[in-house]
Design a protein around this ligand. Structure first.
Ligand SMILES: Cc1cc2nc3c(=O)[nH]c(=O)nc-3n(C[C@H](O)[C@H](O)[C@H](O)COP(=O)(O)O)c2cc1C
Length: 329
């Protein structure tokens, strides 16, 4: 991609302006490697590498595997090198592994660090110390300013309609408020399911799109077939915004809530105090049965290999650009 020279090196040269976002449980090395080989930034939450006591850290093994596989790809395909990868750190007091995971990411010189649920100077310092950049996800302008004050290099604006813990604000409002004072790397998260939506994110002022849910319906995703099929069969009407399951408001597939015996249209409020990212937490069960999804799934018609999904988004991105240029003549 040309026209990206204002961005840090790690975000330049992508095939399309996109980061595949980290997905709890779902993003595993096979998916990350496929995303990077397809030419977009792949990512995973460090906590996905779940570990039993006394074992060699699985995160260490995953980081070695991703690095080796991408290096091999780059040697064999010097004209189409893989994009860099990112690791997501959940910076929440219940994440008891944070310090250890930061050390491992520092050791492996992770090029892009994505922080969620808390902006901390020492995490950004660790990223910079090993030559990486730090992107922090936020849901409003106030948190965006705080993140930059604490040393993040860029922002991920998580707008209404995003999968997982979505914000309540319109992407148009959020991006334009941030762009009044911030000219650094800005990513938009929420319902980007097509190449046209990706172009729209850039038109409104974002540098890159942050795409999550469509990657659940890929062959490489660590999700059960029923989850993948429900993404394919559902649309925006089938998503409900609720704080019940983690204490923080997020978007979920109504069908998974009905399957768990609850009425998705009459859910009680959740309690933020119940949020827990400890390694022994019960929460994965909630994510395993109650399935997160953004609203932008109307465009997901099949479970595809990741490379084919990225091909589709690229085709649509180019077509949308040509259509717009035609209208501007
Ligand atoms: C099932 C699921 C799990 C998620 N897990 C995480 C996570 O562990 N860490 C994180 O920062 N974001 C997480 N997210 C949010 C995504 O990174 C991203 O903001 C969102 O998926 C983008 O919106 P979209 O799904 O509409 O594309 C998750 C989203 C979903 C759908």
């Amino acid at each position: 991609m040309s026209g990206d020279s204002h961005l840090p090196k790690a975000l330049q040269g992508l095939r399309i302006p996109a980061v595949a976002s980290p997905l709890f449980i779902i993003s595993v090395p096979a998916l990350v490697i496929a995303q990077c080989k397809a030419g977009i930034i792949g990512s995973f939450p460090a906590l996905n590498a779940r570990e039993g006591e006394g074992e060699h850290p699985l995160l260490d093994t995953w980081l070695t595997e991703i690095r080796e596989e991408l290096d091999r790809h780059n040697q064999e395909n010097p004209d189409t090198p893989a994009a860099p990868f990112a690791v997501n750190q959940i910076v929440h007091r219940s994440n008891t592994r944070l310090e250890r995971d930061i050390e491992l990411c520092h050791k492996h010189k992770v090029p892009i660090w994505i922080t969620s649920l808390g902006a901390r100077v020492e995490v950004n310092d660790a990223a910079h110390d090993c030559g990486g950049i730090a992107l922090h996800d936020i849901i409003n302008n106030k948190f965006a300013k705080k993140a930059i004050e604490k040393g993040a290099d860029g922002l991920i604006a998580v707008a209404a309609g995003a999968g997982g813990h979505a914000g309540p604000q319109s992407p148009l409002a959020l991006i334009s408020e941030i762009r009044e004072w911030f000219d650094g790397p800005l990513l938009l998260s929420g319902s980007i399911g097509t190449g046209a939506s990706l172009l729209a994110a850039q038109a409104m002022g974002a540098d890159l799109g942050y795409i999550g849910t469509p990657f659940i319906a890929t062959e490489e995703a660590n999700a059960v077939q029923g989850y993948k099929d429900m993404i394919v069969d559902s649309g925006a009407d089938d998503i409900v915004y609720s704080s019940l399951f983690t204490g923080v408001s997020g978007n979920y597939l109504k069908g998974s809530i009905s399957n768990a015996g609850m009425d998705p249209d009459n859910l009680p409020e959740g309690d933020v105090k119940t949020m827990d990212f400890g390694d022994d937490r019960e929460k994965p069960k909630a994510w395993k049965t109650i399935w997160g999804s953004g609203q932008g799934i109307g465009a997901v018609k099949d479970v595809l290999p990741t490379a084919e999904l990225v091909n589709r988004i690229e085709r649509e991105y180019i077509a949308a650009w040509e259509r717009l240029q035609g209208r501007m003549k």
